[in-house]
Write a protein that binds this ligand. Structure first.
Ligand code: MGD
Ligand code: MGD
Ligand code: SF4
Ligand code: MO
Length: 721
């Protein structure tokens, strides 16, 4: 029997509505849902081929336990009781911090995963929490906390009214307009504005797909956006081009900002970012004088040792030129759930790591610190870990060091669809459920959509019989460990009672599930047209529901700073900027003269949609792109095998000579070189490409965001043989 299910893709924040054709519980077709009122403009091949991951030939279909070098299938009862017993033993021998977790990007695309994972972590009472944030978006959280008073205060782009786009460190033509915001069809809409006369300026060391379409391309020196943006702030303030009203009324700390720019010299800053002074000045003036404008900063800004200061200055430019909460700028979308208020009810942990002494950022410690926390003896040493939706050996710095550390754990549990590089030492592989196989109401990110919108992510197909959602795994683990879920006494007993009731009455709906939380969230949510959304509202709009027009005027009320103003000069950012200003001109070390940049492709998703045959027929992404002039100096020709090395690693790949990067910068795509194992048959692992993050040193991090130099490491390139 053929059915059609309307739902949305949960691979990236674009959250495209999709129409899934299902035959006998198999996905036969996924196409864009043209009836989706929010996302009808957007779709890509990753969503189109999502069924292939569901039917991955190497998919883990039941819990698998390591026995020697092989894996054998086990029941969930065996898995949960063995894991619980081993974790309890590790805690009894030391303390709760001996149990840790790393959670990756896809965890945020499930409405229940992170909530229940945290519930389990609170049950255990561990501080050993590591997340993808330190290799992705920490800079944004740190800046939002200091400037707006909440780490979740993510302003959204009002594209359709914008006259001047300043896009810094982002390639929306490929990655969609997303990083803590959902702007369906964002790039196409920006191009439509351009056709009507808007200016697009792209700041990127590479001539990306987006830069190629831009009116102005500033090929900045990697990691020096802070200098460019500070110079722009200086030009605007020195020339009196700021928005007087917002500077007086919305911002606080402007004097601190003025004092900082007074110490800076535009020529010095221009040399640091290696752009002509005149060009910086003209972009600053055009930006400030545009009727409507926005700066958008993304991972190309944040993934450096200077990332937080640059991210901060991007927000400062928006604030001082009056772009916040105005048409064509960045607004605050309140959504149907006040996630900011709710997150404010949880006290942020100030725990400091035992070795580095650094505090958590956005509820987690830095991935760069994980290997040492596993291998260094002493109280709090991590002995047991769960990897939840992550592939940190490939996505994070110095994967070789992390891989070696993971091999020393007493217990490693991976929750995933397939066994990837980071899971190779796992003692247990637990089979996860794909978004096509589960329901999600992503209520806590409703304020990241660029218009008021609700969509219930309906399940399209039944999961394999022995796959389980993470919420259930974490709940069962807390119960089996006899530790109270959410750290709240009585929760375990209550959940067990509902499960018993469901069994006795044969009414599965009586058993506790995250749907209870969804309903509660709606019942306490924001009102639209005078009333709150009901469950019925949500499920009766299978194509999604635009709840009303975009509204301005919510930004100020959403601010969580004590004085309800935007803090434009937080002391820690100013101090770090001073440190950078006083520092030497950026210069590569003599033995590693090149800087390693990064690329994504439309059809790959970090490290995990790369081996699917429908997406990458050639299956190869293992080249390093070198500028022709650099190649000539290095004596490298197109197609040569080259060795790229850094202080911490070396890899071999094929040279591709192209003037895409600026001189001195070489590019290797991230996300490749992750083996996919076959735990069921023990067949040889499959792998495409090379892991370029083996070259990234985890020892140095941005002191504010704890992010390593993922996109600006220094490397050497040499022809092999
Ligand atoms: N050099 C460099 N490094 C980078 C980046 C870069 O631009 N340059 N980008 C960074 C960015 S932006 C990010 S977000 C990180 C990503 O870093 P990670 O989140 O650590 O890694 P991913 O590659 O996203 O791997 C996600 C894993 O989750 C699994 N998975 C997918 N869906 C589910 C699910 O529903 N349940 C479970 N249990 N598992 C699931 C996938 O199979 C895959 O194994 O990498 C970062 N690393
Ligand atoms: N197709 C696809 N889409 C994705 C993803 C994916 O893997 N594939 N990942 C998703 C995720 S998790 C995220 S976080 C977002 C990320 O979305 P974006 O942040 O837009 O990510 P990228 O496309 O890598 O664009 C970053 C750009 O920054 C440039 N860059 C590198 N260093 C510097 C620098 O020092 N200064 C400046 N100005 N630019 C620099 C790079 O050359 C690159 O073009 O994309 C999401 N969308
Ligand atoms: S992966 Fe593609 S289809 Fe899925 S949400 Fe992102 S852009 Fe849309
Ligand atoms: Mo990301």
């Amino acid at each position: 029997m053929t059915r059609t299910v309307h739902t949305f893709c949960r691979y990236c924040l674009a959250s495209c509505g999709v129409e899934v054709t299902v035959e006998d519980n198999r996905v036969v077709r996924i196409s864009p849902d043209k009836q989706n009122p929010h996302s009808w403009r957007d779709f890509c091949a990753k969503g189109r081929t999502a069924g292939q991951l569901v039917e991955h030939p190497r998919r883990i279909l039941a819990p698998m336990r390591r026995v020697g070098d092989a894996y054998v299938e086990a029941t969930w009862e065996e898995a949960v009781s063995d894991i619980a017993a081993r974790m309890n033993a590790v805690i009894d021998a030391d303390c709760p911090d001996a149990v840790g977790v790393y959670y990756g990007n896809p965890a945020g695309f499930s409405s229940s995963n992170v909530i229940f994972m945290n519930g389990w972590l609170d049950a255990v009472g561990t501080h050993s929490r590591y997340s993808v944030g330190s290799i992705d978006q920490n800079a944004m959280h740190v800046v939002a906390t200091a400037m707006y008073g909440s780490m979740l205060m993510a302003p959204v782009s009002d594209i359709d009214n914008c006259d001047y786009f300043l896009l810094v460190g982002t390639n929306p033509a490929v990655s969609a307009w997303n990083w803590l915001e959902t702007v369906p069809g964002g790039w196409r809409r920006a191009l439509a504005r351009q056709a009507q006369g808007a200016t697009i300026t792209v700041v990127d060391p590479l001539r990306t797909e987006s830069a190629a379409k831009a009116d102005v391309h500033l090929a900045v020196r990697p990691a020096q956006d802070w200098a460019l943006l500070l110079a722009m702030v200086k030009v605007i303030l020195d020339e009196g081009r700021e928005h007087a009203q917002d500077c007086a009324d919305l911002a606080s700390g402007l004097d601190g900002l003025r004092a900082l720019v007074a110490e800076a010299d535009v020529d010095d800053l221009a040399r640091r970012c290696d752009l002509p002074r005149a060009q910086i000045e003209s972009v600053a003036r055009d930006f400030a004088s545009a009727r409507a404008a926005m700066v958008v900063t993304r991972t190309g800004v944040s993934m450096h040792l200077t990332g937080t200061v640059a991210e901060w200055l991007g927000h400062v430019l928006n604030v001082i030129t009056g772009r916040m909460d105005r048409p064509g700028g960045r607004r605050f979308e309140p959504g149907y759930v006040d996630a900011i208020r709710m997150s404010g009810m949880v006290t942020a942990s100030t725990h400091r790591n035992r070795l580095s002494g650094r505090a958590m950022v956005a509820g987690a410690h830095a991935l760069a610190e994980l290997p040492d926390e596993i291998t260094t003896a002493g109280s709090g040493q991590i002995r047991a870990m769960v990897i939840n939706c992550g592939n940190p050996v490939v996505s994070g710095p110095d994967g070789a060091k992390l891989d070696a550390a993971l091999s020393q754990l007493d217990l490693l549990v991976a929750v995933d669809f397939v066994q990837r590089e980071s899971h190779r030492h796992a003692h247990w592989l637990l089979p996860a459920v794909h978004w096509l196989e589960r329901d999600d109401l992503l209520a806590f990110t409703s304020n990241m959509h660029d218009e008021p919108y609700v969509h219930y992510g309906a399940q399209a197909v039944e999961p394999p019989p022995h796959a389980r959602q993470e919420w259930q795994i974490f709940t069962d683990l807390a119960i089996a460990m006899n530790r109270p879920l959410f750290g709240a006494r009585g929760v375990n007993a209550f959940i067990k009672a509902t499960r018993r009731a469901a069994e006795l009455t044969r009414l599965p709906g009586l058993a506790f599930s995250p749907r209870w939380i969804d309903r509660l969230v709606l019942a306490t949510g924001r009102k639209f047209n005078g009333r709150r959304l009901t469950w019925r509202d949500v499920v009766s709009h299978p194509h999604g529901w635009v709840l009303g027009p975009r509204e301005f005027g919510h930004f100020r009320t959403a601010l969580r700073t004590p004085d309800k103003k935007v803090h434009v000069a937080p002391a820690q950012f100013v101090a770090r900027a001073r440190e950078l200003l006083a520092g030497p001109m950026p210069h590569p070390p003599a033995d590693y003269p090149m800087q390693l940049a990064n690329r994504r492709h439309r059809h790959s998703m970090n490290s995990w949609l790369n081996e699917l045959p429908g997406l990458h027929p050639s299956g190869k992404r293992s080249e390093v792109v070198i500028h022709p002039d650099d190649a000539a100096e290095l004596g490298v020709a197109d197609g040569d095998r080259v060795r790229v090395s850094s202080r911490v690693g070396e890899i071999e790949l094929t040279a591709s000579i192209d003037d895409l990067p600026r001189r001195g910068v070489v590019v290797i795509d991230h996300g490749w070189g992750s083996r996919v194992f076959d735990p069921r048959t023990g067949a040889a692992p499959v792998s495409h490409g090379v892991n370029r993050n083996l070259l990234v040193d985890g020892a140095a991090v941005d002191p504010l965001s704890q992010t390593p130099a993922l996109s600006s490491s220094y490397v050497a390139v040499a022809r092999v043989g």
